[in-house]
Write a protein that binds this ligand. Structure first.
Ligand SMILES: NC(=O)c1ccc[n+]([C@@H]2O[C@H](COP(=O)([O-])OP(=O)(O)OC[C@H]3O[C@@H](n4cnc5c(N)ncnc54)[C@H](OP(=O)(O)O)[C@@H]3O)[C@@H](O)[C@H]2O)c1
Length: 298
């Protein structure tokens, strides 16, 4: 019998896409799977169902990130070979993290960047980092979502009052955060190539029925859980299980051993938006985000 010799951490593994990715990876005896959620008890309960480990991590609390990294080390698991930055939220109102950062930017982008940095020394080459992005980052792709903002990291972290409806502002900040995930993936891919760590990103497609719209009005949530599920017959619309298997494939497929800095739609490499390839913008986001993280740590 093969025993596990490698660990993967999946943020937001308690629901939707992350849970299905975790389920697929936990079925492979080589992998020890760690799923994270904000609440330790819930994360442990969800993890137990699929044969994974559950740990607490709140990406909206920068103090939680080093605590999680310590818990992971203390668990004495096999070497960390993969990190899946999957957790993501969409707000319909202005919300802030415990550190006072706009929550979409804070959780979807800054929290993940802090996590990558906290686990960098633990990632054992050959290792992979996968970011979950979305087609909503791309203004050239019709998704029904407002286009991403062009703004400095500081303006994204500490925005002025919304100039459009709270709902539209929240949706725009979501597409902006998905562009930030992609820009961060491309920046890290360049930085980490010499260390044998690849970094890629996934657009899982629209996955009706997940918890993504948990902050929306009850009618929207009802439609998302019921009628919208029928859309899976359309191109670009998937079940969380199908996309979860795609995400797991990005972690494990041997054909991707030396593939880095790529954007996948399902399992197909595709070009991402023109803006996402702007190296200057990637660096500005990266360095500006690190500055904010450093300030918040003091
Ligand atoms: N659904 C779609 O149509 C769609 C399309 C394109 C891309 N995506 C992307 O897919 C990813 C997964 O979304 P999903 O649709 O599967 O949503 P979901 O079912 O709501 O799952 C989100 C996960 O994130 C976790 N989470 C929420 N807030 C967190 C925080 N502050 N810190 C740490 N973890 C937190 C949640 O865990 P707890 O509640 O237990 O903390 C949950 O496990 C996201 O990045 C999303 O942008 C989704």
């Amino acid at each position: 019998m093969t025993s596990s010799d490698r660990t993967v951490v999946i943020t937001g593994g308690t629901s939707g896409l992350g849970r299905e990715c975790a389920r697929a990876l936990a079925a492979d005896p080589r992998w020890t799977v760690v799923v994270t959620g904000r609440d330790a008890t819930r994360a442990e309960a969800e993890a137990e169902v699929i044969g994974a480990h559950g740990m607490a991590l709140d990406l909206g609390s920068l103090a939680s990130v080093p605590r999680f990294a310590d818990d992971l080390r203390a668990a004495g698991l096999p070497p960390l070979r993969a990190l899946v930055c999957n957790a993501g939220l969409q707000f319909t109102r202005r919300a802030y993290t415990e550190d006072g950062v706009e929550a979409t930017f804070g959780i979807n982008h800054l929290g993940h960047l802090a996590l990558v940095r906290a686990l960098l020394a633990d990632l054992t080459a050959p290792a992979r980092i996968v970011f979950v992005s979305s087609g909503t980052h791309n203004p050239a792709q019709f998704t029904g979502m407002p286009h991403p903002l062009t703004a400095t990291p500081r303006a994204l972290a500490y925005p002025p009052d919304a100039t459009e409806s709270a709902q539209r502002d929240g949706r725009r900040r979501y597409s902006t955060s998905k562009l930030a995930n992609l820009q961060t993936a491309y920046e890290l891919a360049r930085q980490l190539a010499p260390r044998g760590i690849t970094v890629n990103a996934l657009d899982p497609g629209l996955m009706p029925g997940t918890g993504l719209v948990r902050d929306a009005a009850p009618t929207t949530q009802f439609l998302w859980r019921t009628v919208a599920r029928a859309l899976v017959l359309l191109p670009g619309v998937n079940t969380a299980r199908t996309s979860g298997a795609d995400l797991a494939w990005l972690v494990t497929d041997p054909g991707l051993d030396s593939v880095t800095g790529r954007y996948f739609v399902g399992r197909a490499p595709k070009p991402s938006s023109t803006a996402s390839y702007d190296i200057e913008a990637q660096r500005t986001l990266y360095t500006g985000s690190l500055e904010i993280l450093t300030e918040l740590a003091h």
